[in-house]
Ligand binder design. Structure first.
Ligand code: F0G
Length: 351
């Protein structure tokens, strides 16, 4: 009876729903805010991880999707469509099942992690692999939703942003105020837009006394906002943020500038180093794109941009199980032993 009710019920008065709105939920949100010991030591700050991989489908997308599918149902939609690098499609597919709707997903061929493909498949989505990148998929999804009876549930749908802003509410509710700095990976730039909206709403109503500086990080091979121009052929091992023309580009710039923050890039090598640090030293297994926030924080600290004593929240956006290839790659093969305690003890270094 005391279970977290999902973001719509928990923050109903701050979301565009009415008493008659048919809420479609998997009880998303209410995710852990985990103190990060090693990152705190390294930066001299109080660093927390907002672990969004703990959502029902394993990413932050569920916050936006409960809203998007709820509103689509309220409006009588029978089918929804999205473009995705994987997580949005997994979330859309799951919430569509809850709503009794058909879901269609457009993904860049060969460029989405296996776990995410498995989710879309098992939830019964109609999947098209597009011979193009995410940006091409989004163009196609917009075109289809403009001309056919299918609702678009990408973050260009403003109710997605409304749902995702609740992560900021949870952080302020936990910490008692906004952090000094909030760090996020940036792909299509919906999430940094949403967090900033959440923080500014809470500050405007006096629930938070301040707003944080927003720090966003793109992958170097997919860093249009940092470069100031569209990237035609984006590349990065962090497939979730392999995006060359973010839909919420202008909102991300506004979040950056209004908050006094910045948007920078991190290399794949830096992303993988942060990915391994999170797993091996903080006990938090995330997917590579999620580690871009932490890689960015470490880069900024090395550049002397992080004054000690601050409160910092890094959102880690997706679960490591989404894309386990990177956990296995380069790791030593486990050794095989007979059913023999002496041998096992010796191999484990216990004897
Ligand atoms: N991290 C993960 C794990 C993501 O899946 C995404 C975006 C981002 C970060 C970036 O968030 O786009 O709001 O700036 N994934 C989208 C998808 C594009 O299709 O699943 P953003």
């Amino acid at each position: 009876t005391h279970q977290w009710r999902g973001i719509i019920e928990e923050y109903r008065d701050r979301l565009p729903v009415s008493d008659t709105t048919p809420v479609v939920t998997l009880r998303e949100g209410g995710t852990p805010l985990v103190p990060a010991q090693v990152l705190s030591e390294r930066t001299g700050c109080e660093v927390h991880l907002k672990v969004e991989g703990a959502n029902p489908t394993g990413s932050f997308k569920d916050r936006g999707m409960t809203m998007a599918i709820t509103k689509a149902k309220e409006e009588g939609a029978k089918a929804v469509i999205c473009a995705s690098t994987g997580n949005t499609s997994a979330s859309a597919a799951a919430y569509a099942v809850r709503a009794g709707m058909v879901s269609a997903v457009l993904v860049p061929q060969g460029k989405i992690a296996l776990g995410k493909m498995g989710q879309a498949l098992v939830h019964g989505a109609k999947i098209l692999q597009v011979d193009g990148n995410f940006d091409d998929c989004l163009t196609l999804a917009r075109d289809l939703s403009d001309n056919y009876p299918v609702a678009l549930v990408n973050s260009v749908n403003p109710v997605r942003i409304e749902g995702q802003k609740t992560a900021s509410f949870e952080i302020v509710d936990m910490l008692g105020d906004a952090p000094d700095i909030h760090v996020l990976p940036v792909g299509n730039a919906g999430n940094i837009t949403a967090y900033w909206k959440g923080y500014t709403e809470y500050a405007a109503d006096g629930i938070a006394k301040r707003t944080p500086r927003m720090w966003g990080f793109q992958a170097s091979g997919s860093a249009p906002i940092v470069r100031g121009e569209v990237v035609k052929d984006p590349s990065t091992i962090a497939t979730a943020i392999r995006i060359g023309n973010p839909a919420s580009w202008q909102y991300a710039l506004a979040a950056r500038d209004e908050s006094g923050g910045f948007i920078d890039e991190v290399t794949d090598r830096e992303i993988l180093r942060a990915y391994r640090l999170l797993a091996a030293q903080e006990g938090v297994f995330v997917e590579p794109a999620s580690a871009a926030s932490v890689a960015g924080l470490l880069k900024a600290a090395e550049q002397g941009k992080v004054d000690p004593g601050q409160t910092i929240v890094c959102t880690v956006t997706g679960n490591g199980l989404k894309d386990p290839d990177w956990a296995v790659a380069g790791a030593p093969q486990p050794v095989t032993v007979p059913v023999d305690a002496a041998t096992a003890a010796e191999r484990l270094g216990l004897a």
